[in-house]
Structure formats: structure tokens, C-alpha cells
Design a protein. Sequence first.
Length: 355
Amino acid sequence: MTLALTTAGESHGPALVAILTGLPAGLVLDREAIDADLRRRQEGYGRSPRQQIETDQVDVFAGLRHGRTLGTPLALVVWNRDHKNWTWGMNPWPPEGEPEGKGTKPVTLPRPGHADLAGVLKYGLSDVRDALERASARHTAVHVAAGSVAKALLGTIGVSVEGRTVEEESLRARIDEARKERDTVGGLIEVRARGVPPGLGSYATKEDRLDARLAAAVMGIQAVKGVEIGEGFALAGKFGSEAHDEIRTDRRRDTNHAGGIEAGVSNGEEIVVRAAMKPLPSLMKPLASVDLKSGTAGEALVERSDVAAVEALAVVAEAAVAWELARAAHEKFGGDAVDDFVAAWRAYLERIGWR
Ligand code: EPS
């Protein structure tokens, strides 16, 4: 069975939900470790006051007993504490009584760069909120919980995954400046995976290529506009003699320009994925837009938001990479029980003589 992940949830709805299928039985999960990742996602510099409302923690509704997976669908829930301020506006059912709280008036001024305009056109909506709620990066919280589970599975075969921002100090200075100017900023992040054995992914089809899968997983995160593996775009300007990682007799490399993947297959070196995040589209100093109701020129919706979420992206991208690597590892080593998965990994390393 391949690992699969389905999520649901709106930013100000009652909760975010993830269902993970295909996980082997017997995987030990640590609630504290999952909650610690959820906290890391919330802590970044430049976040909105929303983060003071939320204290993200995971609840498990199915698939786990006494901290061990059962091999059945694992259902994770992260509650939206802010929903209490939106019970009328985000009621799943036609609300009773007078409108109260937030989200009671339709939004008709789409923000350039957000899902607002594309969403109303695509789905035939009249209230931009019906599009922006799901498009919001809020739902990355439950992806981080799923990524934490993936890291637990990868941990059983000695793989660790870690995301971080690139250029931390200058990033903070840019965030301070943007806040002063009522503007927003983006930035760069990097995820590194250590201990990945050679042979995850395949060149057999483009869908199987590990680099394509990781790029899709990271590009699928809100506000990501660019992804590269290893030295990525810089390789285009190098000679072949400088760009490739020479092979030693022990089949390891002294350099890692390729970022741990050749021909869509992991080569046993550290996997390095970088991503570029665009500046967030909810500006306190709004850009030009159109009022979708009247058709007249206007200014885009101004709504409480983050100045930057780059540090959060590092944690979310770590989760996305972990999930995709866990999926690729489980495709290769299989196993209904986690011990079978680990035994297959050991036997494989033995066969290829990899240490
Ligand atoms: C987001 C807008 C903001 C962010 C949100 C993503 O939400 P709000 O308008 O409720 O402050 O804070 O991210 C989160 C809530 C989160 O937990 O990451 C958007 O439009 O993408």
C-alpha cells in the first residue's frame, strides 16, 4: 500500500483535518514531538496576531492506540481556536440569528497574488471568502502534523529531515522594514535530508522521479514560486567538469552539486531542496483591484495577516519533504508492520554493501 494524505479545513472553520493511509502498523508516535513541530511552525518572525490566538496541538481521532499506529487510516485534527470569533461567518450550516463576529460581510475586492480572483471565477462564487479560506496557508498546520508522522517513519531507517531559513539576520531586518512600511516580504528556505539510502525514486517514468516529486510537494505550499534541488539554477552556468560529483571507490562523493539526486533517484548523499517564497499578498497598504460587485476600480481587501511567513515555510517544507521521502521509502521497502519495513531496508543495505 502506498502512503497517501488527504486534508480538509478552512482557515477560520472549526478545524483542520488530515487522513493518512498506508502507514505500517507498530509505528511509535510521540504527541510531544508532533506538537513541538506545530509550535515551530507558529513561532516564526513576522507572523500575524492570529498566532497569539492559536496554540496548535494535534488530536488523533483514529488509527492509533496507546501511541502505536494500527495500520489503519490515521485521522489527525488541529483545531482553529479563532473559529469562536467566526461561528456565524464560517458556520457550515445556514446560521441562525443576527450576523455577529467576523466574516459576516461578503468580500468583493480580490487581493493580487492571493487565490481571490482566480477562485471566484473558477468556482462561480460571489464572496471572495469562499475561495480564500481554503487557499489560506493556515491549513499547512495539519500538513506539519502529517510531516511529523512521516519523520517518525523515516527515523526508523535512520533518515532525518531539517528545514531552515537562508540568511536569517538580513531576513529579520527586511521584515522589520516591511512592517514599518505596511508591506510584506518573502524569502528563501532550505531543507536537508540526511541518511537517505541510494535508490529512492526512479528514472522509469517522470512521475516516479524523486526530484520531480519533491519539487511538486514543495511548490504545492502556499506562496512558493521557485524550487531547486542541489545547486539547481546555478548549474546551468557551470561546465560539466565542475557540475558533477565524482565517484570514489566507496561510491560516495566529495561534493554534492546534485543535491543527493541523480536521474530522479537518490544517490545516498544529503538531499538538498531550496525554495523561494514570494512576499505575502495581504497588504496593509493595498494594491489596485476591482470591486467584483460594482465593476469599479478599488483597493484590495485589507485583512489581518502575516508580514512574512518564511520561518514557517521552513517547517512546512520540511514536513512536505519528509512526507514525500517517507512515501518513496515505503514504496521501496514496503511492509504492513514497521518491523518488516526496517528489515527490508536492512536487507537492501546489505545487498548493496552501503554503510
Ligand atoms: C493567511 C492569512 C492569515 C495568516 C494565515 C495565512 O490568517 P488570518 O487572516 O487569520 O490572520 O495568519 O496563517 C495562519 C493562520 C497560520 O496558522 O499559518 C493566508 O491568507 O494565507
